[in-house]
Design a protein around this ligand. Structure first.
Ligand code: HEM
Ligand SMILES: [Ca+2]
Length: 773
């Protein structure tokens, strides 16, 4: 019996049934059995045909793989074409222009008035804003320009919607399909990259032209994609409201203090390194930036002392401050009633149509080491030495650290003797354990560059750089799919979604040019933020057996100077690989809920509240809608969440259909051997499937797809890559000579026993297979 693997996505490769376990299932010809989430457009189809994706899991027969998102009500969709004639466009254009000038005039007015409309550097909210740091002045200009063009299109959509009397549903269904590029509104559209005619052997730095037909897919500064159309009150950008009476949703902070706790419970199987690697790769694939004023300064939405939010007409249009209840168990003690929150910048739609707003992803959507190399040619150039293919380092008395940041704003303090680092990602200094990972991969690049130069003496700087980068990216991908994802998702899900690496010398044959590799908004704004629950607020550092210190993490956020202590990196790595992470549950360290980025002030910001608010900012639909998307029954009452949590939810939300995605997802029971519940599991698995199947340069792809493909021998080597090997090869060799073979798992449990770094149990990627001389 022969199944067609790629038929639904356009290809027609024949596969033997026995070759892929994930293809168990019987569907009519022309359709494929996939997990529900992989087939969004069809979930709501009347004649849905069920099938089984693995022995135990139910899926759906799917005839299209295009990422079309429809809402529940799409059955009632009326099919009519709207024509944007030149008169209509003229009117819209004029209205948009007026609205834009009004916004600009107001901004200027706010800035001129001064006072509390700009954040002060000493506040915790300014620490939060540091996560939005632009790389350079030019970078800042580019973001602002793209964001304001996108905003223009949103305003144009509003004008059109009002004029034609359209409903929100019309917008959700993407009814406005006319390409406006040749109309007067065209200048607001995304600039389409010019792709080289000759095939490029290496992936571009900004991710452009990865897809041969959709050059923008996955490119830095392009919009995030979505599983489902957004839920906005106006159908365009204003935050959703309660389904009960269209009143405001409960304060995000009130949800946090009512539903979440701050207890510490360890996850005994996995180490803190799993947490830290998770943040590292989340930074590789996603970064939303907050709006700023045109001059780059940080927007404040609260008054100076935080006792109230600024009135709507005297604050920036991107303000969405978080209301802090008078009775708040923590912030009330500091008389705080307002937490700053600024909305994410928008990106022009790829297809130059009118429609709902879309959030920009600042970095390349691909898992391509952009945290190391940057997401623009400009940025990469500043990180390279242009000698021997290497990246710049700061040589601190013989220890190679990340280069020092020139930007005074990159850390809390950037004085003489302190340290503050530069890398391909502007969030590096946020966490000292994150700095440690960046340092390891920087050293790995330079280590590989040295070996390659030695093996191939005729190669010039450029060639060594590109080859070393390609190997480092392959290692990151191998570690992610071989070690990281199985820990998060469990082996069954890895199989069901076809996420495992191929074996031996085989190429992966699943690339599909119809798959949009872009980051899914629901993934980065909710599902992958499950990681905030596994953070431990305190890090115990030891020098051998001697206790060195306990770090309360807010003390080292944007303050990584201790990296300069000789034994510090090794101590950090010992802790990351030796101590268990926290459990995935509804409990968060107070380091994140009370003291985040506090710097010198007595209180910080609350990350869980920010996550909830961010979900509303990005128009994420309520949790229940995504249950349906995953093929699960909707919850009808709060009780369905379990009686204890249900009661808590009922205290804050007025309907189960109001519960925010991030909240609902975290409250789920983990399924089978996975760390997360079914909805988050589906979203994470679907994202990493697209990240793999939609990346032409994915390291296992074959020569017919990947112009920079590896040889079978090289692939065989790359599949040996492991996070333990990366640490063994790139630590300071002062305190670390032994590690467990899988450093994401707690050592000395289930055979994951410490071995010497020279042992074959932590295999090496043998670079002699890159000898072309
Ligand atoms: C010490 C640990 C961490 C800190 C202090 C931290 C802090 C933050 C902050 C401040 C944001 C931006 C929030 C916003 O304004 O919306 C953020 C976003 C995010 N975090 Fe974390 N985080 C940590 C660890 C993690 C981990 C372990 C993961 C995943 C395994 C993770 C996944 C994410 C994701 C996916 C985003 C959204 C990125 C984007 O699209 O902008 N974080 N985090
Ligand atoms: Ca990337």
């Amino acid at each position: 019996h022969v199944l067609t693997k790629k038929s639904i996505f356009g290809g027609n490769e024949k596969l033997d049934k026995s070759s892929k376990d994930s293809l168990i299932g019987t569907c009519k010809t022309g359709s494929k059995c996939v997990p529900f989430i992989s087939c969004p457009g069809h979930i709501w189809h009347e004649n849905k045909e069920l099938c089984s994706t693995t022995v135990s899991n139910t899926g759906i027969c799917c005839t299209t793989g295009k990422n079309i998102s429809m809402t529940n009500a799409s059955k009632e969709r009326v099919n009519y074409n709207l024509h944007l004639d030149s008169e209509t466009i003229g009117v819209i254009k004029q209205r948009t222009k007026n609205s834009m000038s009004q916004l600009q005039a107001k901004e200027a007015q706010l800035l001129a008035a001064g006072g509390s409309v700009v954040l002060t550097r000493d506040s915790a909210s300014y620490g939060h804003f540091r996560n939005s740091r632009r790389f350079s002045r030019f970078d800042s200009y580019e973001v602002t320009d793209a964001a304001s063009r996108a905003l223009e299109m949103s305003l144009a959509t509003k004008a059109f919607k009002d004029r034609e009397g359209l409903s929100n549903l019309d917008l959700e269904q993407g009814l406005l399909m006319d390409d406006l590029s040749s109309t007067p509104l065209g200048h607001s559209c995304a600039t389409r990259p010019q792709c080289p005619v000759v095939v490029e052997k290496y992936r571009s730095i900004d991710g452009s032209c990865n897809n041969r037909y959709y050059a923008l897919w996955g490119t830095a500064m392009s919009p995030m994609s979505r599983l489902m159309a957004p839920s906005y009150d106006d159908g365009i950008w204003s935050p959703r409201r309660s389904v009960v009476d269209n009143e405001l949703l409960p304060s995000a902070r009130r949800v946090v203090t009512t539903v979440f706790t701050e207890e510490s419970a360890v996850q005994p199987e996995f180490t803190l390194l799993l947490m830290q690697f998770g943040q590292f790769i989340s930074h590789d694939i996603s970064q939303g930036l907050d709006f700023t004023y045109g001059n780059g300064s940080a927007i404040s939405c609260c008054n100076k002392d935080g006792t109230k939010s600024l009135p709507i007409d005297s604050r920036h249009f991107a303000c969405m401050p978080i209301y802090l209840p008078k009775t708040d168990s923590f912030y009330a003690g500091y008389n705080q009633r307002c937490m700053n929150f600024v909305r994410t910048v928008l990106a022009p739609r790829e297809d130059c149509t009118l429609g709902y707003s879309q959030q920009m992803n600042k970095v390349t959507h691909f898992l391509d080491g952009s945290t190391i190399y940057g997401s623009s040619a400009d940025q990469t150039a500043q990180l390279r030495t242009f000698e021997g293919g290497k990246l710049k380092t700061f040589n601190d008395y013989g220890r190679e650290l990340l280069p020092l940041a020139k930007n005074k704003d990159a850390c809390l303090s950037n004085e003489e003797g302190m340290a503050c680092f530069e890398s391909g990602d502007t969030r590096t200094n946020q966490m000292i354990t994150l700095v440690a990972l960046h340092t390891l991969f920087l050293r790995e690049h330079n280590r590989i560059a040295d070996v390659l130069s030695h093996l191939n003496p005729t190669w010039d700087d450029e060639y060594v750089f590109l080859e070393a980068r390609q190997i480092v990216v392959a290692e990151i991908q191998a570690i992610t799919y071989k070690e990281f994802l199985p820990a998060i998702l469990g082996y069954k899900t890895m199989q069901e979604f076809d996420l495992n690496l191929e074996n031996g010398y085989d190429y992966y044959l699943g690339y599909d040019s119809y798959i949009n590799p872009s980051i899914i908004n629901e993934f980065s704004t909710a599902a992958f933020r499950f990681g905030h629950s596994i953070v431990d607020g305190r890090l115990e550092l030891y020098e051998g057996r001697k206790m060195d210190q306990t770090i309360f993490i807010p003390e080292v956020m944007f303050y990584p100077s201790q990296m300069r202590r000789t034994k510090f990196l090794d101590m950090i790595l010992s802790t990351l690989t030796g101590k268990p992470m926290q459990a995935v549950d509804r409990s968060f360290s107070e380091a994140l809920t009370k003291y985040l980025f506090r710097g010198g002030s007595p209180f910080g910001v609350d990350l869980p509240s920010i996550n909830i608010q961010r979900g509303r900012d990005h128009g994420l639909r309520p949790y229940n809608d995504y249950r349906q998307l995953s093929g699960l029954p909707r919850y009808n009452s709060f009780e369905d969440f379990g009686s204890e949590v249900g009661e808590k939810l009922a205290k804050v939300y007025r309907s189960v259909d109001d519960v925010d995605l991030w909240v609902g997802g975290l409250l789920e029971e983990p399924i089978e051997d996975s760390l997360v519940g079914p909805v988050f599991r589906d979203m994470i698995a679907e994202q990493f499937l697209r990240t793999k199947r939609g990346d032409r340069y994915y390291f296992e792809n074959d020569p017919s797809v990947n112009p920079g493909h590896f040889s079978p021998d090289q692939l065989f080597q790359l599949r040996k890559a492991s996070i333990s090997r990366i640490i063994c090869d790139n630590n300071d060799h002062i305190l670390i000579s032994r590690l467990a073979p899988n450093a994401f798992r707690v050592p000395n449990v289930n055979g994951n026993d410490f071995v010497d770094c020279h042992s074959n149990s932590i295999p090496r990627v043998d670079l002699r297979y890159w000898n072309y001389a």
